[in-house]
Design a protein around this ligand. Structure first.
Ligand SMILES: NC(=O)c1ccc[n+]([C@@H]2O[C@H](COP(=O)([O-])OP(=O)(O)OC[C@H]3O[C@@H](n4cnc5c(N)ncnc54)[C@H](OP(=O)(O)O)[C@@H]3O)[C@@H](O)[C@H]2O)c1
Length: 269
């Protein structure tokens, strides 16, 4: 039974993540870095993980400047040992573990007839197997502590829609991420752990910067794409901040197994 009086006096408290311990992978990249900074600004304590420790250090500095406590671990979540070490780093630093945000991932577009099995597997491993391993390592530590925890995976509109430009590995990996989100949401509901995913289309990042430029190629690609986006623009980092805070906080306690499309309505049409 909820204490309605308390939260009605301050509904924004439902989004409060102050003091929560959040593991963010891919902290060297666009989404991971954004997620880390949003959670830092909101008062969470952080464990950042990435292979590129120079780029991760920039994220860590920005988070510290926002007043957050930050621990870093120079590791991609590629193996069981990596994923276990990332979670153990959180427990060693804070003796708590509340939030997992999987911001690591990749694309490697290539027509299927030219793509090696190795390249396919690299995309599947980086987007799916890694997320599965991270969730397992997280659950193995969080469930015995009876923590009401939050997991946010990174999907894509391409988990729902195909794409003609050599996206068989990427679309497959993201559709499977949606399946993992649903299945684990069901499996962990009884533990009070919610599992959801954010699915953007194109949001501004180093990888997508060319699509925001003003030149013939970018203008043509953007116009074709935006004709199918009801809100009529590409995504900005702050478009992901709201869904992220919702899914990391008590505000989403009754939401699990969902993929939340942060896509300007692209997948609704
Ligand atoms: N940008 C977009 O428009 C967009 C749209 C939809 C979905 N997404 C999804 O959002 C997630 C993050 O994308 P982003 O735009 O932030 O990309 P990004 O800037 O390239 O960052 C990706 C991060 O993933 C890590 N990474 C790269 N290859 C990896 C691998 N094989 N295994 C594990 N980690 C790996 C990198 O860290 P290290 O190299 O430091 O290890 C990097 O920090 C991805 O899952 C992507 O599919 C992005």
């Amino acid at each position: 039974m909820s204490n309605t009086e308390n939260w009605l006096a301050d509904p924004l408290s439902l989004f409060d993540v102050r003091g929560k311990v959040a593991v963010v992978t891919g902290a060297s990249g666009a989404f991971g870095s954004l997620a880390a900074k949003v959670l830092a600004g909101a008062g969470a304590r952080l464990v950042l993980a990435a292979g590129n420790d120079k780029a991760m250090a920039e994220t860590a500095d920005a988070c510290c400047a926002l007043g957050a406590k930050v621990t870093t671990i120079a590791s991609r979540p590629s193996t069981e040992a990596d994923c276990n070490a990332i979670m153990d780093a959180a427990l060693a630093a804070y003796d708590a573990l509340d939030i997992l945000v999987v911001g690591s991932g990749l694309n490697d577009p290539c027509p299927i007839t030219e793509q090696s099995l190795e390249r396919f597997e690299t995309v599947m491993d980086g987007n799916l197997t890694s997320a599965w391993l991270l969730c397992r390592a997280f659950g193995q530590r969080v469930i015995p502590r009876s923590t009401k925890a939050k997991v946010v995976l990174m999907s894509s509109a391409r988990g729902k829609l195909g794409h003609p430009a050599g996206y068989t590995a990427y679309c497959t990996s993201k559709a499977a991420t949606d399946g993992l989100t649903r299945a684990l949401g069901c499996e962990w509901g009884r533990h009070g752990i919610t599992v959801n995913a954010i699915a953007p289309t194109v949001f501004r990042s180093p990888l997508t910067a060319w699509m925001f430029e003003d030149n013939e190629k970018a203008n043509a690609v953007r116009a074709g794409f935006l004709a199918r986006v009801p809100i009529g623009r590409l995504g900005e980092p702050e478009d992901l901040a709201g869904p992220l805070l919702f899914l990391c906080s008590r505000a989403s306690d009754f939401h699990t197994g969902h993929t939340v499309y942060a896509d300007g309505g692209y997948t609704a049409g």
